[in-house]
Design a protein around this ligand. Structure first.
Ligand SMILES: O=C(O)CC[C@@H](O)C(=O)O
Ligand SMILES: [Zn+2]
Length: 462
């Protein structure tokens, strides 16, 4: 980057907030994927909406690509800067204010960390329900840009359901104030929803008004051993027929083994099972626990459940959750090849049987870890890299098999990215989930928001 541009950036945010050292480049140019080498030209840390606008205007004039950067916990390379881009990190814009107890809304800067919002809500006896293992690092702006999902989607939906309004700096540096907290607003297209999940390709999300909920009452956690996928669906249908579940997750025996071994956790019970389902439900009254136990007995009688354990305390509920929540971090040491695929819930057993037969046939020598949000029809398929295999060869073999997996996804009308977004890693596969016309319309929409093509170029599509 030329000294003139660097000094122009410094004039906007202050010289000390323009970072070009190798350590900052490595830190701000990467996300939790470790596939591309970070190589941003510079990192800037703006402190206000106006500064973001000025930075984007400067970038548009200079034809400089901009990568908006939050907590960089993404798993598809959406926040990776590997081609000399300007990284615009929102860390400093982390104020929470304008709490409104009547609306149950609060205004967040894009750099507010998810856990910070969760704590803010808790202190006011409210609840921010979008939750996932990376909540301690991920930021609201990034959550919005990826429409983050997580472990409570079955009950509370995804991030888009909690955004009452947002402000976006477009690719020309203009500011859009979208929806302004309105509950009802049918005056034309909902551009707010278009921005949510756009992975920074339409502009920089700089602020959002988030909705809060009432906290769940005495949540209890149930972990069940299940012999096969069809039985998981029978268990889901049985419980959902009678109760409003807060979560319905699953993991395989291999996932459990890895997490128990590496996190020093206890197995939930001794009986081995092919899969485990984790359910969470509220205990509004004693009747809820009675209902859950009656359903448990019914599922055992039907042969859908082999064994189970129910939390007796908050601490036990948390440690049961760790069996599921710690999987992704545990297996990260094997640099897994990740697929985050979905179909409609009822099709999951047939879909998974097909995917499993392709994957097991193609990778007889690789360990495959299955887990995910089975109640949403979303599974995480992680292929672990054998230590001795070079990364490039591993990526190439997995890439070939991915095509076969995505052909199955396509036949089932599913998604090649259920919740992690497309970023750099899944863009070659977008057409397995979206029609050519849809992608063409996306490109036209991008041009309308970002005529110079500077906003996170090369992400989602080329
Ligand atoms: O690492 C993964 O594949 C999934 C990460 C995350 O979405 C989860 O559900 O734990
Ligand atoms: Zn997930």
């Amino acid at each position: 980057m030329s000294p003139e541009i660097l000094s122009a950036l410094g004039a906007i945010v202050g010289e000390e907030r323009v970072l070009t050292d190798a350590e900052s480049a490595a830190r701000y140019g990467a996300d939790w994927t470790r596939v591309h080498s970070p190589a941003p030209a510079a990192v800037v840390l703006p402190g206000s909406v106006e500064e973001v606008q000025e930075l984007v205007r400067l970038a548009a004039r200079q034809g400089l690509a901009v990568v908006p950067s939050g907590g960089r916990t993404g798993l598809s390379g959406g926040a990776v800067a590997c081609r000399g881009e300007l990284v615009l990190a929102l860390d400093r814009m982390n104020a929470i204010d304008d709490f409104n107890p009547v609306e149950r809304t609060v205004r967040c800067g894009a750099g507010v960390v998810t856990e910070q919002l969760q704590q803010f809500a808790e202190e006011r006896e409210l609840f921010y329900p979008v939750d996932f293992a990376s909540a301690g690092s991920s930021q609201i702006g990034g959550n919005i840009s990826t429409n983050a999902g997580g472990i409570k989607v079955i009950r509370h939906g995804m991030t888009r359901d909690w955004v009452a309004g947002l402000k976006l700096v477009t690719g020309t540096g203009e500011l859009l104030d979208l929806n302004r907290g309105l509950v009802k607003n049918n005056a034309g297209y909902d551009l707010r929803q278009l921005v949510i999940g756009a992975e920074g390709t339409l502009g920089v999300v700089v602020e959002a008004t988030m909705r809060l909920a009432r906290p769940p009452k005495d949540p209890a956690v149930l972990v069940l051993g299940v012999p096969d996928m069809a039985s998981i669906m029978d268990v889901l249908a049985a419980y959902q027929g009678r109760m409003d579940l807060q979560a319905f997750e699953f993991f395989s025996e291999l996932a459990l083994q890895k997490v128990v071994e590496h996190q020093g956790l206890q197995r939930p019970f001794d009986t081995p099972a092919a899969y485990y389902a984790l359910l969470e439900f509220e205990q509004v009254s004693d009747a809820d626990m009675e209902q859950a136990m009656a359903l448990f007995e019914h599922c055992v009688e039907q042969g859908w459940v082999l064994d189970g354990v129910i939390s007796q305390s908050v601490a036990q509920a948390l440690s049961l959750w760790r069996l599921r929540e710690d999987i992704s971090e545990t297996i990260s040491r094997w640099t897994p090849y990740k697929n985050d695929i979905s179909t409609t819930v009822s099709k999951v057993p047939a879909f998974l049987a097909e995917v499993e037969s392709v994957v097991n046939g193609a990778y007889p020598d690789f360990e495959i870890v299955w887990f995910g949000h089975i109640g949403d029809g979303n599974v995480h398929l992680n292929v672990l890299k054998p230590d001795a295999l070079p990364m490039a060869e591993f990526q190439q073999r997995c890439g070939e098999v991915s095509r076969w997996v995505f052909e199955i996804v396509q036949r089932y009308g599913g998604s090649v990215s259920a919740e992690h977004g497309v970023g750099l890693l899944k863009k070659d596969y977008l057409l397995y989930s979206r029609s050519a016309l849809e992608v063409d319309l996306m490109r036209q929409i991008k041009r309308a928001f970002d005529p110079e093509g500077i906003m996170n170029p090369g992400k989602i599509f080329d």
